[in-house]
Design a binder for this molecule. Structure first.
Ligand code: GAR
Length: 195
């Protein structure tokens, strides 16, 4: 069994979608949800779906422990960032080389980097007059949104779009593709691992 941990800072609709997707999978499952925000709605979603969740502070995260300890306790093999807004620190990157993926709601390398999330990002895309946007799934490295790209999908940006409308279109792409890409990538990098 490949054990996946999902990190989310807020609402957690992707986290929920991923948990549901793997619910009956015999090879992998979401074993733990982690957040830097105690009040994040993702905790409620995890609870409703019977997945344990854990909160850590930014300081704890940057040190590595106790987050690493938690990951070991739940025998986590693969890490998924889904609406997670902190930079992953070196101790965790080192413990999970090429085993951490992120989803970004734009077509990287454009519209990436610190602060590029939520309405601000979609507003920037609309204001620049882009004709299309989309999602990028990539491996995580020490720089925000700069790891190797695994997958991209595109959608149109309409001149009349509000940031909310564009976000909704992008969320649809995320729900459709993120679980599949996680499944394929986790199998490739952790495949054959007995737990
Ligand atoms: C998603 O659109 C995700 O791509 C984005 O946050 C949203 C979280 O939604 N992530 C980033 O912007 C990371 N830079 P959710 O909490 O409903 O899954």
């Amino acid at each position: 069994m490949i054990n996946i941990a999902v990190f989310a800072s807020g609402n957690g609709s992707n986290a929920e979608n991923i948990i549901r997707y793997f619910k009956d999978n015999e090879e992998m499952r979401v074993a733990l949800v982690l957040s830097n925000n105690q009040n994040a709605y993702v905790h409620t979603r995890a609870k409703n779906l019977g997945v344990p969740s854990y909160t850590f502070s930014k300081d704890e995260f940057d040190k590595g422990d106790p987050v690493l300890q938690k990951l070991q306790e739940y025998r986590i093999d693969f890490i998924v960032l889904a609406g997670f807004l902190l930079k992953v620190p070196e101790p965790i990157l080192k413990a999970y080389p090429q085993r951490i993926v992120n989803i970004h709601p734009a077509l990287l390398p454009k519209y990436g980097g610190k602060g590029m999330y939520g309405d601000r990002l979609h507003k920037a895309v609309i204001q620049a007059g882009e004709k299309e946007s989309g999602i990028t799934i990539h491996f995580v490295n020490e720089c925000y949104d700069e790891g190797e790209i695994i997958f991209q999908a595109r959608c149109p940006v309409l001149p009349s779009d509000t940031p909310e409308e564009l976000a909704q279109r992008i969320h649809k792409l995320e729900y459709e593709y993120y679980p599949q890409v996680i499944e394929k990538t986790a199998k490739q990098v952790c495949g054959g691992k007995e737990k």
